[in-house]
Design a protein around this ligand. Structure first.
Ligand code: LLP
Length: 465
């Protein structure tokens, strides 16, 4: 919905509101910048999950991550339903918890039936503590420590083995009980995304080289302590193209066929994650269904042609499940007008709670949460409060006229914001709440100054007398 003010100037927030029932409702949550429950209330404030964002800030403080449970659940269900609709075999959707790992998020996705992909002892611990069944936990990583491998073995999760070193270590530390593993392979598929988040090209630090396949399958087939249940690949993140995942599915069935030649009982294929989301209006990712369907079709056709039984099909999205389910609320403070050059407006957070703009030049959109219908009359640059000139959240944002105390809402901050946050400049990390049906629950406490020095040690000789 794009609405225009009587002056001809576009309104503030309404253009980002999710599609309403009389419009196209086939959009997936990953195709709309705001959470699916977003609306403007009678106070002209943004409401998410039935909660007014300005009230949430009064109650829980600022900055605040606001996570919409309905959006996360809806995206999770769309993945599951798409697999049920388009795939004749068994399937399992995993949530890539690197996008946002905390107890509540793991518990929400697990309650819908999703499994969890973890990449460290810390993520494994979080998923287990949230009560996720180890049968549905898959442990990735290109340099798992012995300690992590032991934790993984004890937990009973599936280990996605990345390289020869890890494979030999597992054989060495395994007990009598076979360890459930999958093998991660590099498919050699290029996709167009930021160079730091591409993983499937041959020059990638992840996975076994496909030229090693024969040696790999021959080795694994001889290890009675390894129960190799499947193959895994992931080609990158924030991908809008449809062809790379089709190509990946086809390549993976070729690998499957080769593995069966070595007598390996490989029965699972994990095609990774990577579906992109809408951060700005021009982003046009496929829907969840449009992403799942061709993968299923290619795998079914290729298996039929190769006379292979259908494997259990897994995928592990992160961003497209949680990215647009969250917004970050900040409070506007100081501003600086540099005539003829630019106006800076500063918020009470920045690169520590959202390192993506400074890391990947990621572009975000913002609205003023307490003036949703005011006309967009200003072009401003939104800066964070960190001691670094590059700490800019959004360049040239179109906003209504703001004043200190207004609530700035940066949208689509659910994926890789909290999980990559830091305490740079010793800023405490923000709190996070989950909202649903007008109720808000704290899921991450705001860090206090005491938390910042919790791990500090002051040697006796340095204590000031
Ligand atoms: N599986 C594997 C093996 C992965 O490496 C990743 C992401 C995923 C699944 C989930 O991908 P997604 O569905 O979220 O695209 N920090 C970067 C993103 C790094 C992605 C790393 N791997 C960012 O903020 O854009």
């Amino acid at each position: 919905m794009v609405s225009t003010h009587p002056t001809g100037v576009q309104n503030s927030g309404s253009k980002y509101l999710p599609q309403t029932s009389n419009q196209n409702t086939n959009l997936s949550p990953n195709q709309q910048i705001l959470p699916i429950t977003a609306r403007i209330n009678s106070r002209d404030s943004l409401e998410i999950g039935g909660c007014d964002v300005t009230t949430l800030v009064q109650q829980f403080g600022s900055p605040l991550y606001i996570l919409d449970e309905d959006t996360l659940r809806t995206a999770s269900k769309q993945y599951q339903e798409s697999f049920k609709r388009y795939y004749k075999g068994e399937s399992q959707v995993l949530y890539a918890s690197k996008a946002w790992s905390c107890l509540a998020v793991c518990a929400i996705v697990a309650s819908v039936g999703l499994g969890i992909d973890v990449v460290s002892g810390g993520e494994l611990y979080t998923a287990q503590t949230a009560g996720v069944n180890p049968d549905k936990i898959y442990f990735h990583g290109n340099n798992k420590s012995r300690e992590e491998l032991n934790l993984a073995i004890q937990s009973g999760c599936t280990i996605v083995v990345d390289n020869w070193y890890e494979l030999h270590t597992l054989v060495e530390i395994a007990g009598n009980k076979p360890i459930r593993i999958m093998l991660r392979l590099t498919p050699g598929i290029e996709c167009h995304t930021h160079e730091y988040i591409r993983t499937g090209h041959l020059d990638s630090k992840f996975g076994f080289d496909p030229n090693d396949l024969d040696d790999l399958f021959a080795f694994v087939s001889k290890q009675s302590v390894l129960d190799c249940v499947g193959l895994h690949a992931h080609i990158g993140s924030q991908i809008f193209e449809r062809q790379p995942h089709r190509d990946l599915a086809a390549v993976m069935v070729q690998w499957l066929s080769k593995a069966s030649g070595y007598g390996l009982p490989v029965r699972e294929l994990n095609v990774g994650g990577g579906l992109g989301i809408q951060y700005i209006e021009s982003d046009d990712p496929p829907s969840i269904e449009e992403w799942v369907k061709p993968i299923c079709e290619v795998i079914e056709e290729a298996c039929a042609a190769a006379n292979l039984p259908l494997p259990k099909l897994l995928c592990e999205p992160g961003r497209s499940l949680i990215g647009t389910a969250c917004v970050t609320a900040y409070t506007i403070g100081s501003s600086k007008v540099i005539p003829e050059i630019r106006t800076y407006i500063t918020v009470d957070g920045g690169m520590a709670d959202n390192p993506r703009p400074i890391t990947y030049q990621s572009v975000y959109r913002a609205v003023v949460g307490n003036r949703m219908s005011e006309p967009l009359t200003e072009t401003v640059t939104i800066a964070g409060k960190h001691c670094e000139s590059g700490d800019i959240l959004i360049k040239n944002a179109q906003l209504p006229k703001t004043k200190p105390g207004d609530i700035l809402i940066v949208m689509a901050t659910g994926a890789y914001n909290y999980s990559m946050s830091s305490n740079y400049n010793r800023l405490p990390r923000p709190a996070a709440v989950v909202v649903v049906n007008g109720e808000a629950n704290l899921i991450l406490q705001r860090e206090a100054y005491q938390d910042l020095i919790k791990q500090d040690c002051l040697p006796q000789r340095l204590i000031q007398k």
